[in-house]
Write a protein that binds this ligand. Structure first.
Ligand code: ACO
Length: 380
């Protein structure tokens, strides 16, 4: 059989059509359903963006109110859901907890296997609304604190910070996290979204697809990079140590986390907004992490290892100091990403279901040539 050259990592291979987002990695452009990310980051809230992704247009005020009310109604946990959290609160990484808890939501949903668009949208609202409550309750329980019920008067992003801390966030903090959620909500056929489309394409159910996406997002080359980027900044300790740290990392053939992207060959358009939010948060308190990230960014902008390969800070780079300044534990960073990206995942699941065909690529066989079977007692 003739050998075919595999496209490693499916780079530049187009395997789906989407109306959800458009990315131009050479120009550094991103839009959701036709709206430029710069406009959305400056002027839209997360609920508006989730609505946009699921309905194809920005909501009218009454539509946004109704959507917000549906989320608020789903946000609180039932006794069974709280028991689920209690059962796994003792140990593990935040992403492991999130994966288990979303899987648990499926088992508490009698209609989990329904894949009509109406049910997938219902499941989307349920999961999007409950994920922050579940993960905040899990974090509080592992710290020996009681879970905090959602506040029906707070929007989605602010509610998460409130449930995590037990006190409402300052307006600048709520705004920073809301902007973060707007920026992270959708990004084409990234690895976790692709995983969701593969699962739903095989006619699994929406929960299975979301769990597949969560498991994939945990990957260090994908959503897991925000935690690793922060660990890098913590290890650097002082801005004037950035260059030395990066030299020794490169000498050991390490990767600088939060840098590089498969699609973007120029600065990722989300970076400027995250950098700005980090600056605003730093202006009101701790500026050390902004200073370290800026120093690392300057090295990346000038160092030939990065310039020759067109490697720039990616969305995780300033997400790391943003989430750290907001007080999230390191192992909740990637879960915070998931709280936002679930909007995109659900949009893609619905899109795949609307025109489904099993996703089934091929592998080029590289094993031994055909050979005769040897009975067990004749081997060796
Ligand atoms: N630090 C140092 N060198 C890097 C980095 C990095 N962060 N990223 C890529 N390179 C180098 C590679 O070593 C390789 O060098 P070589 O040509 O000498 O072998 C070259 O750049 C190309 O790397 P690939 O792995 O082929 O690039 P790919 O497109 O597959 O990788 C990826 C993209 C995975 C994001 C990569 O840049 C990376 O590992 N970055 C760090 C992890 C990270 O921040 N991930 C989050 C991405 S954003 C997101 O998913 C939300």
């Amino acid at each position: 059989m003739a050998s075919e050259t595999p496209t490693r990592g499916l780079e530049n291979v187009v395997v789906a059509s989407t109306h959800l987002s458009a990315i131009d990695g050479n120009a550094g452009n991103l839009s959701y359903v036709g709206y430029n990310i710069h406009d959305l980051a400056a002027r839209a809230g997360f609920e508006e963006v989730a609505y946009l992704l699921w309905h194809g247009d920005l909501p009218l005020a009454a539509e946004l109110g109704a959507f917000g009310a549906r989320l608020a109604a789903e946000r609180a946990l039932t006794a069974d859901e709280l028991a689920l959290v209690r059962g796994i609160a003792a140990r593990g990484h935040g992403m492991d907890a999130l994966r288990t808890l979303v899987s648990g939501l499926a088992q508490l949903d009698d209609q989990a296997a329904e894949t009509s668009d109406e049910h997938v949208e219902r499941i989307g609202v349920r999961v999007l609304a409950k994920m922050p409550t579940l993960i905040a309750a899990w974090d509080r329980m592992r710290r020996g604190a009681a879970p905090v019920a959602p506040d029906p008067n707070l929007p989605h992003a602010a509610n998460f910070l409130y449930m995590l801390r037990g006190t409402p966030p300052a307006p600048a903090e709520a705004h920073a996290f809301d902007c973060y959620m707007v920026l992270l909500a959708e990004h084409g056929l990234n690895a976790s979204t692709f995983a969701a489309r593969v699962a739903i394409g095989a006619q699994a159910d929406a929960y299975c697809a979301l769990v597949a996406a969560i498991g994939t997002l945990k990957g260090l080359l994908h959503g897991g990079a925000n935690q690793k980027a922060m660990e890098t900044f913590l290890a650097i300790e002082q801005p004037d140590r950035a260059a030395e740290y990066i030299e020794s990392l490169l000498a050991a053939h390490g990767r600088l986390m939060g840098v590089g992207h498969r699609i973007y060959k120029v600065e990722d358009p989300r970076v400027r907004h995250l950098r700005r939010q980090v600056q605003l948060l730093a202006a009101g308190g701790e500026s050390r992490w902004q200073a370290i990230a800026d120093a690392v960014g300057r090295v990346v902008a000038e160092h030939p290892h990065f310039t020759r390969r067109q490697l720039n800070p990616n969305v995780e780079f300033y997400s790391a100091p943003l989430l750290y300044t907001l007080g999230l534990p390191l192992d909740l960073f990637t879960a915070a990403f998931a709280l936002s990206r679930v909007a995109g995942w659900v949009g893609h699941i619905r899109e795949q279901l609307a025109d489904n065909r099993l996703i089934r690529p091929k592998a080029d066989y590289s094993g031994p040539a055909p050979r005769g079977f040897v009975a067990l007692n004749e081997r060796g």
